[in-house]
Design a protein around this ligand. Structure first.
Ligand SMILES: *Cc1c(COP(=O)(O)O)cnc(C)c1O
Length: 401
């Protein structure tokens, strides 16, 4: 009998993460000896600060290598509670926080905990690549809310409200944003909190870049601006971006106790506790000195200034000045429809491919984030690499006609 290796429909329809795919292609080309400038990175280029590594080494030496409570060790949850109090002026209890294997798992558990088949989740475009897939894996349906660069990718509240119906379960926001770097204003965040209460839906706030911002303001969230929204807001965050700890895999959720309990239950039947040693490291990150964060943010800011100015000097590119994260998301639509050297630039995917093949610069096409008019460059790399990358990009774009 022939065996057709059947697979579940949910995975057949699932697309692999396009950002990780671009990164893998760039790394493979580099391994083959190609001189690639990688502007596609989705993680800080800095090393994890020494005091954080030391805490992990100490934990290993002390034999802190066994299962921990599923929701994470209490001292880490307390450090998270202290951070949320410090930054958002809101008090969470220990059973309102769950630590997961990266912010990504926290978000995944969250959707699994709140969505039934047919429930809709409103996702502003451009969006982080994993939101639609995570919603679909939980049986939900993504509903997209477009935004415009000329409004700095702000949320159009009227348009948002028009998308809410009795199937709507949640809105997810990400400020500062990956891919745009845009930061929602306090008034937008407050309006979102008010809307959630009024309409009776959840707001999931992906705050993973909350401390990487350049406008001089601290982290903000709908709950810090409209406390009545507390029972509606589910905070997703982690240490990956703020402390250059992507490989350690520690993230968390904070929110209404029933949601956190449900997310913890899912975690208890899937992955159990996040890595014990990494939890100790995350504790050191959140409760230790914060100068490392200030230093990294300062470096990102300098690179942002350099990159935006240089990009806007390239004919045909228009780039906003992002106020957070470590990405720029310039409008490159003026190059679509052009061609050179047998490359036909039909969309952002072809443009990214052209830049990789001809300029040897890796970047992520806007289509991966739901908007084909743009392209994402990361500045989580050295200034020399950014400079070299932009010189190559300018030359390659200049050849298109
Ligand atoms: C990096 C990132 C995450 C989560 O990262 P983890 O490494 O899983 O903690 C979540 N959301 C966005 C928008 C990100 O860019």
């Amino acid at each position: 009998m022939s065996w057709s290796t059947p697979l579940a429909e949910r995975v057949i329809n699932l697309k692999p993460s396009p950002t990780l795919a671009v990164d893998a292609k760039a790394k493979a080309l580099k391994a083959q000896g190609a001189d690639i400038v990688n502007l596609s990175a989705g993680e800080p280029d800095f090393d994890t600060p020494g005091h954080i590594k030391d805490a992990a080494i100490k934990a290993i030496r002390q034999g802190f290598t066994k299962y921990t409570p599923v929701a994470g060790i209490v001292e880490l949850r307390q450090a998270i509670i202290d951070k949320l109090k410090r930054d958002y002026h809101i008090e969470y209890k220990t059973d309102e926080v769950v630590v997961s294997t990266g912010g990504k798992q926290g978000l995944y558990n969250c959707f699994q905990a709140i969505l039934d088949p047919g429930h809709e989740v409103i996702i502003p475009v451009p969006y982080w690549v994993s939101y639609p897939a995570m919603v679909e894996l939980a049986g939900g349906r993504p509903v997209f809310l477009p935004s415009e660069a000329k409004n700095d990718f702000d949320i159009d509240m009227d348009r948002l409200c028009s998308l809410v119906n009795n199937r709507t379960r949640a809105l997810i926001i990400n400020s500062p944003s990956n891919p745009t770097g845009a930061v929602y204003s306090s008034s937008t965040l407050r309006a979102i909190g008010q809307m959630a209460v009024e309409k009776g839906i959840y707001v999931i706030t992906d705050d993973i870049y909350d401390e990487i911002r350049f406008d001089g303001k601290g982290p903000e969230n709908p709950v810090s601006l409209f406390e009545e929204a507390r029972e509606h807001v589910i905070i997703a965050n982690g240490v990956s971006k703020t402390y250059a700890m992507t490989g350690w895999r520690i993230g968390y959720l904070a929110g209404p106790q029933p949601v956190i309990k449900a997310a913890t239950k899912i975690q208890s039947q899937s992955t159990s506790n996040p890595n014990s040693v990494a939890q100790k490291a995350a504790h050191a990150a959140l409760s230790g000195p914060q100068e490392c964060v200030t230093d990294m943010v300062k470096a990102f800011r300098e690179r942002r200034d350099f990159m935006v100015e240089r990009l806007n000097s390239i004919p045909g590119i228009r780039c906003n000045v992002p106020q957070g994260a470590f990405y720029v998301f310039p409008d490159v639509s003026s190059f679509l429809g052009k061609s050179a050297d047998g490359f036909e630039i039909k969309g952002s995917l072809e443009l990214a491919d052209y830049l990789l093949e001809k300029a040897k610069v890796a970047c992520v096409p806007g289509i991966a984030f739901g908007d084909d008019r743009f392209i994402r460059f990361s500045y989580a790399t050295s200034k020399e690499q950014i400079d070299e990358g932009l010189n190559r990009i300018e030359a390659a774009l200049g050849n298109l006609s």
